[in-house]
Design a protein around this ligand. Structure first.
Ligand code: ATP
Length: 200
């Protein structure tokens, strides 16, 4: 039995940056955001179910989920969000389990589940042994996401408002990794975290 680590943090906090570094150190990484993109990509397992539930107008010309259109719908309609989640969550769970099994067979020392909304969803908190929270000032999150996603300040602020607060996340953490400096400054922090996890 190997440790099951949860990695979460707000939008643009640096979850991917940290999981990339942990992966390079040999950790088994399962990025649920990536899985959710895979199942809604052309040919993805969720596509036929989404088409059936919402109509073909929610699928773009390439055969992928039309994300902006779906985002607008679920933002306004909680019931639509629930239906979408009833489709995607079981598929994400299934793919997560498959990936976890493959990584364990490869002999990784521990698994890291990268989950943006981990705190919000009870099923994840039950699964994991140890929760790592990535933290940085909200202003840093805003600047990074404005730059990365070409969004306005108020768009990013609205996303931040909809997510769990920084304090709630920090209160649930077993370990906190600060990512307010440069990527070079992050590296030694991640190495320390890796060594700490190996001792769990
Ligand atoms: P999301 O939840 O939005 O997917 P995330 O938590 O995975 O975000 P990253 O994608 O790792 O965050 O980081 C957000 C952006 O900020 C990326 O463009 C990344 O390259 C950049 N970034 C992350 N950490 C740092 C850092 N320490 N210094 C400079 N840029 C950083």
């Amino acid at each position: 039995v190997i440790p099951l680590i949860g990695l979460t943090g707000g939008i643009g906090s640096g979850k991917t940056a940290i999981s990339d570094l942990l992966g390079a150190l040999g950790a088994g990484i399962i990025d649920t955001d990536l899985i959710s993109h895979q199942i809604t990509a052309p040919g993805g397992k969720a596509i036929p179910l989404i088409t059936k539930a919402f109509g073909a107008e929610f699928i773009n010309a390439q055969g992928a989920l039309n994300r902006p259109k779906m985002r607008t719908l679920v933002f306004e309609d909680p019931q639509a969000r629930q239906i979408l989640e009833q489709i995607t969550h079981p598929l994400i769970r299934q793919e997560t389990a498959k990936k976890a099994f493959e990584l364990v067979k490869l002999g990784v020392p521990y698994l890291v589940f990268v989950v943006p909304l981990l705190i919000e969803s009870g099923s994840w908190t039950k699964l994991i042994d140890y929760l790592v929270v990535v933290d940085c000032p909200e202003e840093t999150q805003i600047e990074r996401v404005m730059h990365r996603n070409n969004m306005t300040r108020s768009e990013v602020e609205n996303i931040l408002k909809a997510q769990t607060s920084r304090d709630t996340r920090l209160a649930a953490a077993n370990a906190v990794i600060q990512n307010q400096g440069s990527l070079d400054e992050l590296k030694p922090e991640v190495l320390i975290l890796h060594q700490k996890i190996l001792r769990i």
